[in-house]
Design a protein around this ligand. Structure first.
Ligand code: TXA
Ligand code: MG
Length: 328
């Protein structure tokens, strides 16, 4: 399974039969893309360095960028990581769900070194998606899963997006299910007694701060050397150039709009998508990655993006759009 030769990618149904086949493939060291409530993940057995090496190769991911280990229960979480009071409170409130906690590695951990890029910490997430939960329950081991896209590209919110990037490079993809949130999990590090936000995502910052009872320290400093090694400036990159904060659409540009207000020049745009005509950041998050792919597919040289408020899921949306605009 570890070779990089082309192989047929099986399509699995999102039911008990698909789940059993996915577990069989994972146990054998295979790579299976499956839906979660955030985005599709590309799963491998987190204990198996050979499978993890194949995963890095399949999505062209640099090996210094560690993976999130998905777990199905609190018992498994505590076997893999050491939780302080803040981590415990956040896990109790938001698991299962779109929150990843980076905690010190526990002595009983089974996730291999390669999956953590050699770090003394581990990123853990308990997803809420029905299929993902069934898969983790049936497996009983941590499933490491980055977003199932080619490294640096837009994350997948449908099986078709996975296949567009990875068909013939992975063993299987689970079809016929949707990602409800559409943006990756929020990542919070609980390492030194002070919770820090490493990546905005599916749980809004405000909700996390409400549980902690204080503001969340943000990761500051050099954006080319972030604390979440995957949070490099250029990411989520479509082929088109991305122009942010557009109050005027230029002729021929593809337009990514938000909310009910008309935007000048939209009538001469090459293509127009509104992320949420009613102005909901939740709806916009769910539509973001598919809309970027759709506008990119029109062949427009530039995608012009109207301003999006930074509240709720807006912070994560603007984070992803900022990285998409940073280009390659
Ligand atoms: O919603 C999600 O989180 C999706 C689904 C599939 O669960 N997964 C996902 O994985 O977005 P990925 O690989 O695209 O992003 C994982 C991020 C990377 O930025 C990585 O650097 C960071 O988590 N990370 C993983 N382990 C870490 C650690 N020990 N310390 C700091 N950052 C870590
Ligand atoms: Mg990713």
């Amino acid at each position: 399974m570890a070779g990089m030769e082309a192989r047929p990618t099986a399509r699995l149904p999102a039911d008990a039969q698909g789940c059993a086949e996915a577990v069989r493939l994972l146990r054998a060291g295979g790579l299976v893309a499956f839906p979660t409530e955030t985005v599709f993940g590309l799963g491998a057995d987190g204990r198996n360095p050979g499978a993890v090496a194949a995963l890095y190769a399949a999505k062209w991911r640099p090996r210094f960028n560690p993976l999130i280990a998905h777990i199905g229960s609190f018992a498994e979480a505590h076997r893999e990581g050491s939780f302080d009071a803040a981590a415990d409170a956040l896990a109790q409130r938001f698991w299962p769900g779109p929150l990843t906690l980076v905690v010190p590695l526990a002595p009983t951990a089974t996730v291999c070194d390669l999956a953590r890029a050699g770090l003394a910490s581990v990123a853990l997430r308990m997803p809420s998606h029905r299929f993902a939960r069934d898969l983790l329950d049936a497996a009983g081991f941590p499933i490491v899963a980055p977003s199932a896209n080619r490294s640096g590209r837009v994350s997948p919110t449908a099986a078709a997006h996975v296949l567009a990037d990875l068909d013939g490079r992975i063993d299987a993809v689970v079809e016929g299910s949707t990602t409800e949130i559409g943006l990756e999990s929020t990542i919070v590090a609980c390492l030194d007694g002070r919770a820090r936000l490493l990546r905005p995502g599916g749980v809004p910052r405000e909700d996390i701060e409400a549980v902690l009872g204080h503001g969340l320290g943000a990761e500051q400093g050099d954006p080319t050397r972030p604390m979440a090694p995957g949070a490099l400036a250029s990411h989520y990159a479509p082929r088109a150039r991305v122009r942010l904060d557009a109050h005027l659409i230029r002729p021929g540009e593809a337009a990514l709009l938000f909310g009910p207000d008309p935007v000048a020049g939209a009538e001469t745009a090459g293509a127009v998508v509104n992320l949420s005509p009613t102005g909901s950041t939740r709806e916009a998050a769910a539509n973001l990655f598919a809309s970027l792919r759709r506008l990119d597919a029109t062949g427009a040289a530039t995608i012009a993006v109207a301003p999006i408020p930074n509240e709720g899921l807006g912070e994560a949306i603007n984070d992803r759009l900022g990285r998409a605009a940073a280009g390659r």
